[in-house]
Unconditional design. Structure first.
Length: 525
């Protein structure tokens, strides 16, 4: 029933690679309708793969991103191949209602609204092994027109196909000849770190995501929300991920640090690409400032150059260690298959940038790789793969004590084995809470989520009056069989009260959230 294009948009894979999946109807239980009307929570239930799920999701109202988060297209200037053209994209995030998370069960969902009928859909991940995508609207409409069933299945649950490889990292050079003043180390670590991440999507991965900004963001937002969920497990310090900007590459040559480091088979020589990326963004994109971390997502294989003409394709990601606040080494790169398989890899690589080594190595030697925590090699992944080892927690707390640049210095009063990773850049840049995000993706009125029909269903009937009066008194039938019209409480804030109108504070006023215009600016560098 799906076209090849629709199939690709749902699974982000072609038909030969489709994962195990089931169609579901996301049902907010009737007993929870009233709770949804009075809060920003989401209560969703469904059954998939023989298991029933009741999700209780909280609106994420923090710093992940906002309506002002910058998004750019980048491409090579067709008239001058030595120039790169950046085009800011406007209003891409307007159709996104909010990001909802269940940290206990590691659920992260992006809620979007279909502009024509206000129907709500979800994209995202459920624990480490399941993902969810909406069915194409064309199919939903077609099924609705040919079926009397009110429980039309409108989403697809599919299994995340994990990549089988290792995760690599690049340790810093070590020189402990100079001492660092005890007075300059924080007596108490920073309570919260705010890594501001520039997300760069190379041309192969952007093509895989559909080469449309909204399609790409519908994937990237829940992806990075999933990374953020892993960091929510840390308490000292807390770590709050911020997407400081997104670059979507439209052609291969626009990201020269990738293109110039491809081997004859099209794999990326990761270490040199990391070095070149730092140089690229410090010279070619000077208007992109104050980014603590620059992370490139790719569909290509990455490899580690072992000797001349041999690049070992064993790593899923690579990053410099402890360089989150460095000017040119705050870079990471990792593979993703478009099915959320790269969430743990992204978490792992950012961990390296925050100073974390692999479990079982260096100052994390007390924690075995075989336990399979986040900072273990990918080949040791286990039930612990969503959690942090005690070594990672301890080392991150030490990293949060360091206020200034510590290149080539040893540190007093720190665990002796931690000297290795504190010839690094310190945590200073991470203490600044992101600003100017604009409206957070968190201002979803309950009437935008529940229709008048659903609100009346919560009362046991169906709506019988459709006009501006619903804003101060929603009239519903007494039951599904008793057609007597009864008006009690007003409709929920944001409910439709006419064409292009909605209810705010008991009044029926123009809904300015409907529709938007894209405006493009071009910047040459």
């Amino acid at each position: 029933m799906m076209t090849d294009e629709e199939f690709y948009r749902v699974f982000r894979a072609d038909r030969s690679q489709v994962p195990s999946h089931e169609l579901v109807k996301l049902n907010p239980p009737i007993t929870q309708f009233k709770r949804r009307l009075s809060s920003q929570d989401r209560f969703l239930s469904f059954t998939a793969f023989g298991r029933h799920y009741d999700l209780q999701l909280k609106l994420r109202d923090d710093v992940l991103l906002g309506k002002n988060t910058p998004i750019w297209h980048v491409k090579t200037d067709p008239l001058n191949s030595s120039k790169i053209e950046y085009k800011p994209l406007r209003n891409i995030l307007d159709s996104i209602n909010g990001i909802y998370q269940d940290p206990v069960n590691m659920v992260s969902l992006l809620e979007t609204k279909f502009q024509k009928n206000g129907q709500v859909f979800y994209d995202g991940t459920i624990a480490a092994d399941l993902a969810i995508s909406p069915l194409p609207q064309r199919l939903i409409d077609m099924i609705a027109n040919t079926s009397n069933d009110d429980n039309i299945k409108d989403h697809v649950i599919y299994r995340i196909v994990a990549e089988n490889s290792t995760i690599d990292y690049t340790p810093p050079a070590v020189d402990n000849t100079r001492k660092y003043s005890k007075k300059q180390i924080r007596l108490q670590p920073l309570k919260t770190l705010y890594p501001e991440i520039l997300v760069v999507v190379d041309a192969t991965f952007y093509k895989h995501l559909g080469e449309e900004p909204l399609l790409a963001m519908n994937y990237l937002v829940p992806f990075w929300s999933g990374v953020d969920l892993r960091y929510k497990l840390l308490k000292s310090p807390r770590v709050k991920i911020n997407i400081a900007g997104v670059i979507l590459a439209q052609d291969e040559t626009s990201l020269r640090y990738i293109y110039d480091n491809l081997d004859e088979t099209g794999r990326i020589q990761a270490k040199q690409a990391l070095i070149d990326a730092g140089e690229y963004f410090s010279t070619n994109a000077k208007f992109i400032r104050n980014k603590d971390v620059i992370v490139t997502m790719t569909k290509r294989d990455i490899c580690s150059l072992k000797y001349a003409n041999y690049c070992k394709s064993s790593a899923l990601g690579k990053a410099f260690t402890g360089k989150a606040c460095s000017k040119k080494k705050n870079t990471a790169i990792f593979e993703d298959n478009g099915g959320y398989a790269g969430i743990i890899t992204a978490t792992h690589e950012i961990g390296h940038l925050l100073g974390l080594p692999h479990d079982g190595e260096d100052e994390a030697a007390d924690c075995s790789q075989k336990d399979g925590f986040i900072m273990a090699s990918a080949k040791f992944r286990s039930v612990n793969s969503l959690c942090w080892s005690s070594c990672s927690r301890k080392i991150l707390e030490q990293f949060a004590r360091l206020p200034t640049l510590l290149e080539n210095r040893s540190l007093p009063n720190l665990d002796s084995r931690i000297h290795l990773f504190y010839s690094l850049t310190a945590s200073n840049c991470l203490e600044n809470k992101p600003e100017n995000l604009g409206e957070l993706l968190a201002q979803t009125l309950p009437g935008k989520v529940l229709t008048l029909e659903e609100q009346c269903l919560a009362r046991g009937g169906k709506p019988c009056v459709f006009n501006a009066t619903v804003c101060w008194k929603l009239h519903c039938t007494k039951s599904m069989t008793n057609m007597k019209c009864v008006g009690k409480a007003p409709a929920a804030e944001g409910s439709s009260c006419g064409d292009g109108l909605h209810c705010i504070n008991g009044e029926c006023i123009a809904d300015k959230s409907e529709g938007y215009h894209n405006n493009y600016l071009v910047k040459h560098i």
